[in-house]
Design a protein around this ligand. Sequence first.
Ligand code: HEC
Length: 245
Amino acid sequence: MKTFPWLLLLAIALRAADDKVSRGAEVFRTSCAVPYCHGPEGKAARAPGLAGRNFQIGTVIGIAAAGIPNTAMPSFAGRLKPEDMQAVAAYVVSLNATGAAAGSKPAAVTMPPAVQQGRALFFDAARTGACGSCHEVGGRGIRVSIALQDLTAARLEDLRAVATPGVVTARPTGEDPFPAVVVEKTAARIRVYDLSSRLPVLRSFSPEGVALTPGSSWSHSSAAGLYTVPELDAISRYLHWVAGR
Ligand code: HEC
């Protein structure tokens, strides 16, 4: 039986890959899935969902090691052992087969092309500060502010003149004030998204360390201004399509 040792080796290799993914699942649960970040099984919490994204293992390791500057995504280079980094990346890659692609939502193919165009613009990864960096729609994007699929069509009328009554001014002790969206306010801590950079940064303070006052100098047109008028019209078509479902 010449094939036997090969089968055995294959079985051992598959088993090892399996162990790596389950170790990765454990690392993910403790380091990446916390409520403000990627959520259980990579199905988005506040940060982008990682399930069903067709990641390559090298991409995941690169991003996890370096972090993403000016966002809430930190570098894990010094925090995870290399073998845990490998394992967690293997786990994230294993999620390619789950999530959005496997979910119940109809795939993009059922979207009319004009709507697909708006969706692509909304989540445009090449545009720093795209709508999806502050708003979630259908489980995608970052929920800095309101999840837009919850809005009725009436509230989507003019994307160039969106009012932002919920944005406050945060004044940390000894630092310049900045426009902020409050995420958590308890006796123990205050967490806000800092809107002074194009990609909002999640920051944490002790309640004594920061004063919050209503109103801010931030204007939503700084975000909408990244798009041309026809592009905003396409985005509007996409949001209306989502709202109408
Ligand atoms: C830098 C963060 C950021 C970006 C980028 C951003 N928004 Fe917003 N958006 C906000 C905030 C903050 C609010 C107001 C929340 C509040 O006042 O409670 C808001 C509110 C809205 C509202 C109003 C909802 C309502 O209550 O009526 C709409 C619609 C909207 N955004 C659409 C968009 C679209 C479309 C884009 C892309 C062109 C976009 N946003 C980009 C942060 C952002």
